[in-house]
Every structure is written in structure tokens, then in C-alpha cells.
Design a protein around this ligand. Structure first.
Ligand SMILES: Nc1ncnc2c1ncn2[C@@H]1O[C@H](COP(=O)(O)OP(=O)(O)OP(=O)(O)O)[C@@H](O)[C@H]1O
Ligand SMILES: [Mg+2]
Length: 146
């Protein structure tokens, strides 16, 4: 059986539509009866990743694939990239602007949250070329167990 794949566009600086891609993935997983705890972890990672593209990145996309035994969530953008990935992964590190902080962002907890909620995370970035984050979530059985 081929994997089910979905792809969504993420528009840079569009705070109105920010979060829509992760909600679509959440709705899809619910309709397929995935475990609510797994759906929650995927939704957190999707939302944090999507917000990072909107705030810090460039034009981007979120792709999602359901494979037997694992879900793969990939978020990429063609923005400025992350200069120091190790530093960016640390809790509390943030380059968010005052404007972002006024909206309630900038705690520097997005990437640590993604790391905590995914079974595996790979962050690739090159200054000037953008960022790609791939997260893997493992599940048991044919989609009804997390
Ligand atoms: N897609 C991206 N493009 C460029 N830089 C990024 C991207 N994602 C994260 N970063 C950098 O990594 C830092 C840490 O990201 P993280 O999501 O942990 O915190 P934050 O977005 O600043 O705050 P929070 O997520 O808590 O609102 C960001 O402040 C930014 O400097
Ligand atoms: Mg963030």
C-alpha cells in the first residue's frame, strides 16, 4: 500500500492563516482514528514548526506522510536559515522581535517542544538558503493505535 501524502503551503508573515496546515493534519489523523495522544504530539510539532516559518522563515511548506508504522512531518522554508542550530535547539533561545513577543511568541520553546514531542527530529539549515525540519512519529498497527 502506498503512503498517504499531503502538502500545504505556509506563507511567511501571514499570522492570520498561521496554524492552518497543522489543523488540517490534525483533522486528517482524527478521521483516520489515530490515537489522540499521538495526534496531539503531531499537532504541537506542526504548529510550532509552522509558526517558526511564519515568524522567522521565508515562504515554506509542510508535508505529511503516513507510512506503515511511522508518520513523517517535514517543514521547510526558503528563509534566512538558522545560523547556529545547536543554540536554536536550546530552551529559551530566541531571536523573536518585540512585535512577536507582544503576540505571545518568543519564549524560545518551539524547537525544544518539537524535539520533546517527536520520536526523532532532524534539523537542517544553511544560512541564506533556508531550513528543513523532519520529524518522525512511530505508531503501532494499521493506524488505530499510537
Ligand atoms: N524556520 C526558521 N528560519 C530561521 N530561523 C529559525 C527558524 N525556526 C527557528 N529559528 C530560529 O531559532 C530560534 C528558536 O526557535 P524556537 O521556535 O525554539 O523559539 P521562538 O520561535 O523564538 O519562540 P517560541 O517558539 O517559543 O514562540 C528562533 O528564535 C529563530 O532564531
Ligand atoms: Mg518558535
Amino acid at each position: 500500500m502506498g503512503a498517504l501524502k499531503k502538502s500545504y503551503f505556509i506563507k511567511s508573515r501571514d499570522f492570520i492563516r498561521a496554524g492552518e496546515a497543522s489543523i488540517k493534519i490534525q483533522t486528517l489523523l482524527k478521521s483516520l482514528n489515530f490515537d489522540p495522544k499521538l495526534i496531539r504530539r503531531v499537532a504541537i510539532c506542526g504548529y510550532e514548526g509552522e509558526m517558526n516559518v511564519v515568524m522567522h522563515g521565508g515562504e515554506g511548506s509542510m508535508s505529511f506522510a503516513i507510512h506503515p508504522g511511522e508518520l513523517i512531518l517535514e517543514i521547510s522554508d526558503d528563509g534566512p536559515g538558522i545560523a547556529d542550530i545547536e543554540k536554536a535547539m536550546q530552551a529559551g533561545f530566541s531571536t523573536a522581535s518585540d512585535e512577536h513577543r507582544e503576540m505571545g511568541f518568543g519564549a524560545g520553546m518551539g524547537l525544544p517542544n518539537m524535539k520533546k514531542n517527536a520520536d526523532d527530529i532532524i534539523v537542517e539549515s544553511e544560512a541564506g538558503f533556508g531550513t528543513r525540519i523532519r520529524m518522525i512519529f512511530c505508531y503501532r498497527k494499521g493506524g488505530d493505535d499510537g
